[in-house]
Ligand binder design. Structure first.
Ligand code: SF4
Ligand code: SF4
Length: 440
């Protein structure tokens, strides 16, 4: 990096300064170190939370320059929030990383080749900004999978040549052709408690590549006694923008979602993707200093509930049993960012016939972390292997999870290893145990 791009300019500095008090909370106790996946893998201070907070703080204080080393250590962070969950001083890593990545983005972007700049702009400002474009892209992936192009690409070696073989392997085996397009339709309660209503946040990946899980989520909520509205006007949550250094892009998406769900009063907003749920709950923090949006964002965030928070075991009438051994892998953004750990297990344990077997390090990141498996393939595959080894030790036939990134990361790894374990979202198991589509 040349000297011109080693200093923070404005407004970068003030964006980072917004998290300065958060950084100052760090008392350097080191309690977070052994929870941090990148520290566990490397043993390096700069690859742990304490080191990352110290580097960010030194950058705000003008004590260090923006060196390639500093950038690499910060970008190796999975933003998994495992450190946040155990920190006795209340340091919150996610907002520090969002501010830091946004602050240094202009310096990094200046060094990128033109085609990468163009690609980033397209992904963050067109693809995630417009669900019609997103759906078009997923439709072309469906065509790629179903016309034989995938078969040719995989055997020709072109994917390896373009270094796309690893991310391509993570594509779900068979993407559904029918997507969920939220249009305001209301799906009525199925257990007689029709007075409860919830707005469903469909997500971008979930409503397309994993649309079957979205449909199962709607059915499960109906069967738990909720009227479920597919709220019109919603879009992507903005998590990938925020963690990719595009805070403004995230805020644009957030405003659209806040406006869309305001039309439905104060009903809970249910979501089945841990990463998106954590982002929606963080809108309140990111708009806290915005006169026009602070209150609206706070009200919105307060309404957000992961599906495992919204529905309870007693809500269901289970039909038959699901004779299966299952282990649960905790998505970072559910257990660390949202502190939801008991509820998914309670739901799984309530399913007749299902045997829940706990794995070691259930809450250690699986290496997916948004696009971490694309940006940091080596560390990502180390974490993926560790997670799958731990799952295998339990002898379970199924790995249950609650986040699309983890789902694809685990399923992709299992396919590469030639194993037979299946990966399921918790709602898919609940749906099966309550009669599936027939009763939804
Ligand atoms: S646990 Fe919190 S206070 Fe202690 S070193 Fe880690 S970030 Fe700092
Ligand atoms: S967010 Fe995760 S990877 Fe990043 S410093 Fe904290 S524990 Fe480590």
């Amino acid at each position: 990096m040349n000297g011109d791009h080693s200093k923070l300019g404005e407004p970068a500095r003030s964006i980072l300064e917004g998290e300065y008090s958060n950084m100052l909370s760090c008392i350097r106790c080191g309690l977070c170190l052994t929870s941090c996946p990148t520290y566990v893998l490397s043993g390096h201070e700069a690859e742990g939370p304490r080191g990352r907070v110290a580097m960010a703080r030194a950058l705000v204080e003008g004590k260090v320059d923006l060196t390639p080393d500093l950038i690499a250590h910060e970008q190796n962070c999975l933003v998994c929030d495992a450190c946040t969950a155990v920190c006795p001083a209340g340091v919150s890593m996610d907002p520090i990383q969002v501010a830091l990545r946004t602050a240094i983005e202009p310096n990094i972007n200046a060094e990128r080749p033109a085609h990468i700049k163009g690609l980033r702009k397209f992904v963050f400002r067109r693809l995630f900004a417009d669900m019609r474009v997103f759906r078009l892209l997923v439709r072309s992936i469906v065509l790629y999978q179903r016309t034989g192009l995938q078969w040719i690409a995989r055997r020709s070696g072109i994917l390896k040549l373009l270094r796309l073989d690893e991310p391509e392997a993570l594509l779900p085996a068979k993407i559904p052709t029918k997507f969920v397009v939220p249009n305001g339709e209301v799906h009525p309660s199925k257990n007689g408690r029709g007075d409860r209503s919830t707005g469903f946040f469909a997500g971008c990946v979930m409503s397309t590549a994993m649309a079957d899980v979205d449909r199962a989520t709607v059915r499960v909520c109906q069967k738990a006694g909720w009227n479920v509205s597919e709220t019109a006007g919603q879009g992507c949550c903005g998590a990938l923008n925020a963690h990719g250094g595009d805070l403004e892009g995230m805020k644009t998406l957030a405003k659209r979602n806040i406006e869309a769900f305001e039309k439905e009063g104060g009903a809970p907003i249910v979501i089945n993707s841990a990463g998106c749920g954590a982002m929606l709950k963080d809108y309140a923090h990111h708009f806290r200093n915005d006169e026009e949006w602070a209150e609206r964002a706070k009200k919105f965030s307060d309404r957000v509930k992961d599906v495992t928070e919204l529905v309870e075991p007693d809500d269901f009438e289970f039909r038959g049993s699901v004779e299966r051994t299952v282990t649960y892998q905790e998505p970072c953004h559910l257990v660390h960012a949202q502190k939801i750990s008991k509820q998914p297990r309670a739901l799984l344990k309530a399913i007749p016939g299902l045997e829940l077997r706990e794995m070691e390090e259930s809450s250690l990141c699986c290496g997916s972390a948004g696009v971490y498996n694309v940006t940091n393939p080596e560390e990502s595959s180390q974490l993926q292997k560790r997670k799958l080894d731990n799952a295998k030790e339990t002898g379970a036939e199924t790995i249950a999870t609650a986040n699309p990134g983890c789902h694809m990361q685990l399923a992709g790894g299992i396919k590469n290893r030639g194993e037979a374990t299946e990966v399921k979202h918790i709602v898919e198991l609940l749906d099966e145990a309550t009669g599936g589509k027939e009763s939804g």
